[in-house]
Design a protein around this ligand. Sequence first.
Ligand code: ATP
Length: 371
Amino acid sequence: MFKVAVAPGDGIGKEVIAEGVKVLQAACGTEHVELQLEYMDLGSDRYLRTGELLTDDDIALMKRNQAVYFGAIGDPRVAPGILEKGILIKMRTTFDQYINMRPSKAWHPYTPLKGEKNFDIIFLRENTEDFYMGAGGVLKGRSDAVDLELKRKLYDIDLTLSSSSTSADDYAFEIGMMSRRGIERFADYSFELAKKMGRPKVTAVDKANVCTSLYGMWREVFSQKSKEHGIPVEYMYVDAMAMALVRAPERFGIVACPNMFGDILTDIGAEIMGGLGVAASGNINPNGVSMFEPVHGSAPDIAGQGKANPIAAILAGKMMIDQLGRPDIGKLIEWAVKMAMKQKMVTPDMGGALTTKQAGDAIVDLVRSAQ
Ligand code: ATP
C-alpha cells in the first residue's frame, strides 16, 4: 500500500490531478497495489478565505504520507510570489527536496526536432543552493549606508565601497554558493541513478571556465564521486550544452546541473520533447517526502473549460510511483500515454479533439486493456 497526499491546487491543477489520480488508481489496481489518498486544500481559494498558505497541519499531513502529488498554484487575484514562496518554496525547504528531476524524452510526433531523433534524458537539478540561495542585496552609494539583505550566512566578504552619495554608485549582487556537502549528496544521487538506470555516464553541467571557485569545487566533487561510484563523468559548459541539447540530445542520459543552469536547461528539455503538455517533474528527497507535479502552472486562461492536457500530470504520477519503488507500474502508465498519443486520443493542444476528462478516460482504458 502507498500513502499519498494529494494537493490539486488552483486552476487546471484541479482538472489534471483528477485525471492523474484516475490513471494511478487504475494502474495500481492492475497490480493489486492499494493507493491511500489524503486530499489537501492548498492554494489560492483557501489563502483568500483564511490567509493560510502552508500550515503546520499541512506539513504534518504530508509527513504522514510517503509522497505528495501536486497540481499547480497561481491565481490572478493573488500577487505573484505569495503562493509560490508561501507554499512551493516552503514545501521544498521544509522537506529538503534537494533534487529536482525532469525527464525529457522524444514524444513522437510532438517533438519539434527534425528527424526521428530518439533521446531519453533525465535532468537532475540541484534544488537548494547556487545562485538561488537568496544571498543578495543592494549596496547603496556610501559604505556607511549599506542596505544589505543577506538571507543566508555570508562570512568574510568585504562590502566596502568607495565613498559616494548618488544612486549611480549602487551595486546590486546575487551570490552563487554551494556547499561541499550539498554537491556531494547531489552527485551521489546522480551516479546512483545512472547505475540504477544502466546509463553509462553522468553529464555534469557548469561554467567552470568563468565561475572558477564555485564550479571548480563542483568539478572536484563530481570527479571524486565518479571514481567512488565507478561511472564516468563528462563535463559540459552550460552554453555548449544549450546548443548540444537542440542539435544532438541523443548523446545524453543523466544530466546533472547546478540550480540556475538547471532551471534554464530543463525548459529547453521540455520544449524539445513536446512542450508543457508532457513535461513532468519531481522535487525529491531520497530519504524523505518527495513531491511530484506537472511543470505547467494553473493556466487561468483555460481553467474550467475542459481544455487542459492531463498528460504532464499523469506522467508526474508515473514518476511518483517509480520513486515509491514500483517502476513496473510506472512503465505501464507510460505505455498507455504513448498509445493514447499514437491513436490521437489527446486534447486540442496536441492536435486532438478530446476534453481533459475524455483524454484521462482514454488512458485509463488503455491501462486496463494491458491486463
Ligand atoms: P501560472 O501563473 O500558474 O504559472 P500561467 O498561465 O502563467 O500559470 P502556465 O500554466 O505554465 O503559466 O501556462 C502557460 C500557457 O500554456 C497557458 O496559458 C495555457 O494556455 C498553456 N498550458 C499550460 N498547461 C497546459 C495544459 N496542461 N494543457 C493545455 N495548455 C496548457
